[in-house]
Ligand binder design. Structure first.
Ligand code: FER
Length: 291
């Protein structure tokens, strides 16, 4: 089995040393047997640093993880003029198999720039963005690669049991589900769908960007259609049209359409498994939550 992983990793162009998301090839024809939602181009410059606007602040935090048994790191974006006398919503934003708590910031996700621009244009609710390390293991370094898929699977214990309580007690935030969102890219997209839909009392808004094969089967994600319809406020996905992982998102979208569960899946035209799609995901998802 381990051998299979290694072969798959090599085939996908993934090595631990380069520590970035794997190149995902497209197998067979693109997925078309699903109702995609319309792709609307993001405005030019949405991901470029804009002169003359207020900027938020990015900081690194450390918290004690009960489930992992170590002190773990996370990255936090605070919006311009973050004010401890006000209260903010929280978006937890997860990374992929090749990343860690710095991936969005260091590998081209520019979440701070996207959020600064959205704030400047008055397009988002007041929120902070928390970027955890979703590899819930004692060694949570990027070198884990595909071998750490299991650690991604148990991150919910750390997120809900330790990180969220830390954030709730160290920042001026609302703690209820209507002010808490979970989204991520690739492995982080799968985690968001898995953990977000399994914990609708904690997360009302769930986003999956190019979700990976760790994504649960639709019937596992939505075992009770009526409950999901009632308790989830946003189920939003995007994936590149040339990304071999599209079926993970398409399977869920198809199930939702068949069962009357509101759900969005945007097919980013001709795009692969990369930050072009993930930046677009953040830009759009951030505008839809907490409103
Ligand atoms: C896989 C292909 C891709 C897989 C995970 C990924 C666990 C993750 C990709 C990413 O996070 O970018 O078969 O299996």
């Amino acid at each position: 089995m381990k051998k299979l992983f290694v072969i798959a990793a090599l085939f996908c162009g993934f090595t631990a040393a380069n520590a970035q998301e794997p190149t995902i090839p497209m197998f067979g024809a693109p997925v078309t047997d699903v109702n995609f939602d319309p792709y609307v181009e993001a405005p030019k410059g949405y991901d470029q640093e804009r002169a003359g606007i207020e900027r938020g602040k990015v900081e690194s935090i450390e918290y004690k993880s009960e489930s992992v048994g170590t002190v773990r790191k996370a990255t936090v974006y605070l919006p311009p003029k973050y004010d401890a006398n006000k209260k903010y919503s929280v978006l937890y934003l997860l990374h992929g198999i090749g990343g860690d708590e710095r991936e969005w910031m260091d590998d081209g996700g520019v979440p701070n720039i996207i959020m600064d621009n959205l704030y400047a244009d008055g397009k988002v609710a007041d929120m902070i963005v928390v970027m955890p390390n979703g590899r819930a293991a004692k060694d949570d370094s990027r070198a884990g690669g595909y071998g750490s898929a299991g650690a991604f699977g148990v991150f919910d214990k750390d997120l809900i049991g330790s990180l969220m309580p830390y954030i709730n007690s160290h920042y001026s935030v609302y703690t209820d589900k209507m002010h808490t969102a979970l989204a991520g890219l690739s492995m982080g997209g799968g985690q968001s769908l898995n953990f977000g839909l399994a914990n609708m009392d904690k997360f009302a808004y769930v986003g999956g960007f190019s979700s990976a094969p760790n994504t649960g089967r639709p019937q596992q994600l939505i075992p009770d259609v009526e409950k999901t319809k009632k308790e989830n406020k946003l189920l939003w996905m995007v994936c590149g049209g040339a990304d071999g992982l599209m079926s993970n998102s398409a399977n869920l979208k198809r199930f939702c359409d068949e069962n009357g569960v509101p759900c969005t899946l945007i097919n980013y035209p001709n795009e692969g498994h990369n930050f072009t799609v993930w930046k677009y995901g953040l830009y759009n998802f951030a505008q839809l939550i907490f409103k």
